[in-house]
Ligand binder design. Structure first.
Ligand code: ATP
Ligand code: MG
Length: 357
């Protein structure tokens, strides 16, 4: 633990964030946890679309080749030099071990060389920090809906202890019992011939459709949990039927629209149920699926009807990025938390298990 908060330059603390948990190599410079000075993302999505998903060994190699140019570019765009950094933060889990190790070890070495503090960041905490980037962030407590490629969960998000201003704390309320929403988008997208990652294109396809959508049952398991594997199987069955009838091309966007309606209605219903259950009138939404236009529209409308204020991650910070990592890292460092040099990558790290201490 730091004895005191890290030194500031010109009154502001600049933190370099690094993100390499999956297939995005990202670096960002954020001032005082709120103002994004630069945000560079080098995505391997096009590279992996030919494989239909991420190949862990190749992701690690690609990160290793890209990390230094990405970091240099983030400093150049921020208009700063290495010596201006007051701290370094890197994602240390959850994710692919070989991928995480690249950003984590780069960050630890860079911080040691610069003589500034280093902190490991929980990627899921960073996704729920993303909606707070920008003007007038909501104050905790609020409900956090995390919807990404690997996770779908609801949290009660509270403030830190006294002296830990801006540091969010998390308590799990419910989670998916099987597939994550983003994973379901990618799998159903694949059935419809959309390359990985399919979420954004499936969203577009669904929204372009105005006829009668294919009807799918809304998956609503008990309490605040989610389940998307049955919906995915139902979509696969329907696609096979339509293919057999020679009608898949004609009904492709009807399947997309029906699938999207089932997913976003489930997400909206559960998120608002969580707000009702713990008596909170504020909701934040982070993760790649938070970019979904259908979800943004439906949840905004339904939340407004119940007097609940909803805040989505800005589109540029919904999918993996390093600005959210730098922001979370700033609040950890400001609260006096640093990580030891022996911090290891943690592939299955959960939210609520802490950050890199
Ligand atoms: N507009 C959209 N609609 C639905 N899904 C989307 C949209 N845009 C992106 N996605 C999905 O978001 C996912 C990527 O999000 P993100 O980068 O947060 O996930 P991840 O980092 O792979 O997983 P995790 O954060 O759980 O480790 C992909 O599954 C992608 O298809
Ligand atoms: Mg992610």
């Amino acid at each position: 633990m730091l004895k005191s908060a890290p030194p500031k330059r010109g009154g502001a603390l600049l933190v370099l964030g690094l993100e390499t948990s999956c297939d995005e190599t990202a670096a960002a410079v954020v001032e005082d946890g709120r103002r994004v000075l630069s945000d560079v993302v080098s995505s391997q999505a096009a590279f992996f679309s030919r494989y239909g998903g991420v190949v862990p060994e190749l992701a690690g190699r690609n990160h290793a080749a890209r990390i230094l140019p990405v970091v240099r570019e983030s400093l150049r765009l921020a208009g700063i030099v290495y010596g201006d950094l007051g701290g370094v933060a890197a994602t240390y889990g959850p994710g692919l071990t070989g991928a995480l190790l690249v950003g984590l070890n780069f960050g630890k070495a860079l911080a040691a060389g610069l003589g500034v503090p280093f902190v490991g960041v929980n990627h899921l905490a960073a996704h729920l920090q993303a909606p707070l980037l920008g003007e007038d962030p909501p104050e905790p407590p609020f409900v956090g809906l995390l919807v990404s490629g690997g996770h779908t969960a609801l949290y009660e998000v509270g403030p830190g202890e006294p002296g830990q201003d801006g540091l969010l704390r998390f308590r799990l309320l419910g989670e998916t019992l099987d597939d994550a929403a983003g994973e379901a988008y990618d799998k159903v997208g694949r059935l419809l011939g959309i390359p990985y990652p399919a979420g954004a294109a499936l969203d577009e396809l669904a929204r372009s459709f105005s006829g009668e959508a294919e009807p799918f049952t809304r998956p609503l398991p008990e309490g605040l949990d989610f389940s998307f594997s049955g919906l995915k199987t139902a979509a696969a069955r329907r696609v096979a039927e339509l293919e057999g009838e020679g009608r898949l091309e004609e009904r492709r966007s009807a399947v997309a629209a029906g699938f999207q309606a089932a997913v976003v209605e489930t997400l909206a219903e559960k998120a608002l149920a969580a707000c009702r259950k713990i008596l909170l009138k504020k909701l934040v939404v982070g993760g790649g699926v938070a970019a979904n236009r259908g979800l943004r529209e439906l949840l905004s409308r339904r939340a407004a009807e119940e007097g609940i204020a909803v805040r989505f991650a800005p589109l540029e910070y919904a999918m993996d990025n390093a600005a959210m990592v730098a922001a979370r890292g700033y609040f950890l460092l400001a609260a006096g938390t640093t990580s030891p040099p022996e911090l290891e990558a943690s592939a299955c790290l959960e939210l609520g298990a802490g950050d890199g201490r």
